[in-house]
Design a protein around this ligand. Structure first.
Ligand code: SAH
Ligand code: DHB
Ligand code: MG
Length: 221
């Protein structure tokens, strides 16, 4: 019942604030047709990422966890002409579907999908002294979150905004018996944020069509 209401409220607000968008509709349909899991951010969350990217005047965005490129499209649309987004995806099929969706979105020139395990590619970006990113969206495997946060900080500059998805997991994070390796990852991230002198961080719980979850917001000092 509650979840149905959350879903209805998302739809209600979407009717006001999210116009019909052929590119995004295609990306979702194409992803479902290709049997990708339905775990992309919601439209309202995607638009929040877009607004945050614009607020950050982001010219370089890093995404960890592409899936079909739905969140990628929202963020890449916030980039200026010269802006670039790099997105990391371990699953080749996901990367292929994302590539198709980004091509239809007219964003292929701005977005590079790097297929393979994120840790390897983050290490490579760092070794190659990649220019720091203005915004990072962490949304891949949840046990990997602490490691992704470390890399994100190494690939940042003061003022970089790091957003981490799925940091509440239906509240399971507060239960050490039932939070699982993903929840452990989230809690270890909070522990790292607590002792880091380098960041200003918060986390916001959300409800909506993707259930009860939340995102962390980390500003590099
Ligand atoms: N950001 C997307 C959703 C990402 S779902 C959106 O909101 O539209 C998480 C994605 O992370 C999946 O596609 C999964 O294959 C990918 N992933 C999981 N483990 C990974 C790893 N070790 N390296 C890179 N990508 C990974
Ligand atoms: C999962 C991953 C996500 O990024 C998400 O937003 C929801 C679920 C998952 O791996 O189950
Ligand atoms: Mg997510």
């Amino acid at each position: 019942m509650t979840e149905k209401l959350w879903d209805s409220v998302d739809r209600f607000i979407e009717d006001y604030l999210i116009g019909h968008d052929e590119v995004l509709t295609y990306a979702l349909k194409n992803s479902i047709d290709a049997n990708l899991p339905d775990i992309n951010v919601t439209a309202l969350q995607g638009k929040m990422l877009h607004i945050l990217a614009r607020l950050s005047s982001a010219k370089r965005i890093l995404e960890i966890g592409t899936l079909g490129g739905y969140s990628t499209i929202w963020m890449a649309r916030a980039l200026p002409d010269s802006g670039r987004l790099i997105t990391l995806e371990i699953n080749r099929k996901h990367a292929e579907v994302a590539s198709e969706n980004l091509r239809k979105a007219g964003l292929s020139d701005k977005v590079s999908i790097i297929a393979g395990p994120a840790p390897e590619n983050l290490a490579r970006l760092h070794a190659e002294r990649a220019e720091p990113f203005d915004m990072v969206f962490i949304d891949a495997d949840k046990p990997g979150i602490p490691e992704y946060l470390e890399w994100a900080l190494k690939l940042s500059h003061p003022g970089t905004l790091i957003i981490v998805d799925n940091v509440v997991r239906e509240g399971s994070i507060i239960d050490p018996e039932n939070r699982g390796p993903g929840g452990e990852g989230v809690v270890n991230m909070f522990a790292a944020l607590r002792v880091s002198g380098k960041v200003t961080a918060t986390a916001i719980q959300t409800v909506g069509s993707k259930g009860h979850d939340g995102f962390a917001m980390v500003l590099v000092n």
